[in-house]
Write a protein that binds this ligand. Structure first.
Ligand SMILES: Nc1ncnc2c1ncn2[C@@H]1O[C@H](COP(=O)(O)OP(=O)(O)OP(=O)(O)O)[C@@H](O)[C@H]1O
Ligand SMILES: [Mg+2]
Length: 598
């Protein structure tokens, strides 16, 4: 039912395809009914569309085209009947092309809308969701599941409606020819339903399993490709092969199971319908030869139509089995769409803070019960450069992630100018921050677009160059084959770790944010480049509030204040000189870095 909502924008096309389908069926029936005069002329019984035994159908045909068909001699009549059949078939196929086009347009449109919906939803999910979900599973949900689910409502539905219309029309035709025989023929429908029902239940769970395994498979593939350097250097090709083979085998088994199950539907319905067909021949022969209540031509016509009915009936019987795949995929599709998006924050538009940023008794835990930050109390004045240092895993990145609300404090809160950051709209709050994170992401795009990420036309060339210069990136960019237009990333020019960092820095500097967060932003640079950037930054940093995380303590010496984190607690805070003199953790870390081993 939820899926049907995707049909709404395409309802016109959908109806068009259905109407064309009905027209097609009508034309099909028309050419079938023409079999009767064909047989009559062939067997020399003359045209008897209006004889005492004539059915309603025959009378109707006589009414529509009787004059044309009855052309005097049997041969001429036959020719006219053939012309009519030809005309009907040509028209029917024209309608077929139209209805297919309409149905396919609906199908592709629905799939596009579903794909975009799930992608757009993904963008809005909180960061924590991505930590818990495998990339491969996301890929299959966006690509495979939407594809499998759309069939349930678009193409599959249009198709099955067509089949139902066809089956209904043919059934009426059969009823009009001989209602007794028709009842015998329809006896199989309830039997089929009873036989197929348990099959369908198992199919849905089977398909679900198979789709899950496909996601796993993609995850392994993605991990392997992005970690190929590691795989090679550890000679782990065999290990990776086994890992892939194990899941691949599971996937094969699931697929085999569901395919065999869903293929069962077809032989079952065919066996049943054969039994019915043989029964029909037997009873029909008795009606023609014994009782005489049916003419031979009518009986042949009946069998012809009944044979025509088999294919749509089979398709209708198989549809529920096919539907199970779509339903399983739709379950997975809606699992993502039902994950709540990041709350949009409050209603206040955040402005550049003129007073302080204050952490008030902030604690944070990723897993309930194991706090990563505890009781943090800090005040940062505008324009202050605050360095955060401490051992790896102390919680430094977690600390700065709280500011743009990538994560929210478990208890306590952060205020800007006295307003809790949760009261600002998320977009205006994030606008205040420029973040250079520990791992720089480079997109498969030009240098220019990588630096001016998100809004390439907002800045002039001059501004772009100035940002690159400040990040000490200008020189290497000018050396690239096409300068700022060089394509970077997977299939473009590869950058060294330090070059990537400088692109990341330029990206943040260009935005000219009032608050800058630098998380190990210069860690991959050699001492000279770092020093150059440091100088450039010193100029840039004036008038800006900066949070800077660095392991190399020489980079943070000049900070207005240094905060030492250890095991999620703030253990020291002060200027370099103060902390050095008091001889605590900072002094120990600093001495370790600057004492030459004997
Ligand atoms: N997404 C996450 N889910 C669960 N635990 C996490 C997550 N991210 C970090 N942690 C844990 O939180 C602690 C602090 O991590 P954090 O990244 O803040 O450390 P850090 O001080 O930045 O370390 P480093 O200097 O190595 O970058 C670590 O023990 C880490 O295992
Ligand atoms: Mg970190």
């Amino acid at each position: 039912m939820r899926l049907l909502g995707y049909l709404r924008p395409f309802i016109g096309l959908f109806l068009l395809s259905t109407v064309l389908t009905v027209i097609m069926t009508g034309l099909d029936v028309f050419s079938l009914v023409l079999v009767i005069p064909l047989l009559q002329n062939l067997f020399g019984t003359g045209t008897a569309l209006t004889g005492p035994q004539a059915t309603i159908l025959e009378r109707a045909l006589d009414f529509v085209a009787g004059g044309f068909i009855d052309a005097g001699s049997p041969l001429e009549s036959l020719r006219n009947v053939c012309l009519l059949v030809l005309g009907a078939i040509v028209l029917k196929n024209a309608a077929l092309v139209g209805s297919r086009w309409a149905a396919l347009s609906v199908r592709e449109g629905v799939e596009r809308d579903m794909r975009e919906d799930v992608y757009n939803h993904l963008q809005l999910l909180p960061l924590s969701y991505f930590g818990q979900t495998k990339v491969g599973q996301l890929l299959t949900r966006v690509l495979t599941d939407t594809r499998a689910a759309r069939d349930a409502i678009s193409y599959g539905l249009a198709d099955v409606i067509r089949k139902i219309v066809t089956a209904l029309v043919y059934t009426v035709v059969l009823l009009l020819t001989s209602w007794q025989l028709t009842i015998v023929a329809l006896a199989m429908v309830p039997v089929l339903a009873v036989v197929l029902a348990p099959l369908l239940k198992r199919l849905r769970t089977g398909f679900r399993d198979a789709l899950d395994k496909q996601g796993e498979l993609l995850s392994v593939l993605q991990e392997n490709v992005s970690g190929i350097r590691l795989v090679k250097s550890f000679g782990a090709e065999d290990h990776e092969r086994r890992r892939f083979a194990a899941i691949s085998e599971l996937y094969r088994r699931r697929n085999l199971k569901t395919s065999v199950l869903s293929d069962l539907a077809s032989p079952l319905s065919e066996t049943l319908s054969s039994v019915v067909a043989l029964g029909l021949v037997w009873i029909g022969a008795w009606m023609v030869l014994g009782e005489g209540s049916l003419t031979a031509e009518q009986f042949l016509f009946f069998v012809t139509v009944a044979l025509q009915l088999i294919s749509p009936l089979k398709a209708i019987a198989d549809y529920p089995a096919k539907l199970q795949l779509s339903m399983a995929a739709a379950d997975r599709f809606y699992e993502i769409l039902d994950v709540p998006i990041e709350p949009p924050g409050g209603s206040i538009t955040a402005a550049v803070p003129t007073r302080d940023i204050r952490f008030e008794d902030v604690s944070f835990e990723y897993e309930p019960g194991s706090p990563v930050l505890e009781g943090i109390e800090v005040e940062v004045r505008p324009g202050e450069v605050l360095a955060i240092v401490g051992p790896s895993g102390a919680g430094k990145t977690t600390f700065v992630d709280l500011l743009p609300r990538f994560i929210d404090a478990t208890s306590g809160g952060i205020t800007l100018d006295g307003v809790d950051i949760r009261e600002f709209t998320l977009s205006s709050l994030r606008e205040l921050f420029g973040v250079v994170s520990q791992e720089t992401v480079i997109f498969h795009d030009t240098v220019r677009r990588n630096i001016a990420y998100g809004d390439p036309d907002r800045w002039t060339d001059e501004e772009l160059r100035a940002a690159a210069r400040a990040a000490n990136a200008e020189e290497f960019i000018d050396d690239l084959p096409e300068g700022y237009e060089t394509v970077l990333g997977d299939r473009g020019v590869r950058l060294s770790g330090g070059q990537r960092q400088r692109i990341g820095l330029a990206r943040a500097i260009l935005r000219d944010p009032p608050i800058l967060i630098l998380d190990e932003a210069t860690s991959s640079l050699d001492t000279e480049s770092e020093l150059l950037i440091q100088r450039a930054l010193d100029r840039l940093l004036t008038g800006r509030t900066v949070f800077v995380i660095a392991h190399r303590l020489s980079t943070v010496r000049g900070a207005d204040r240094i905060l030492v984190l250890e095991n999620g607690r703030m253990v020291e805070s002060g200027t370099h000189a103060e902390l050095y003199d008091c001889g605590g953790t900072y002094r120990r870390l600093y001495d370790l870095q600057f004492t030459q081993p004997d």
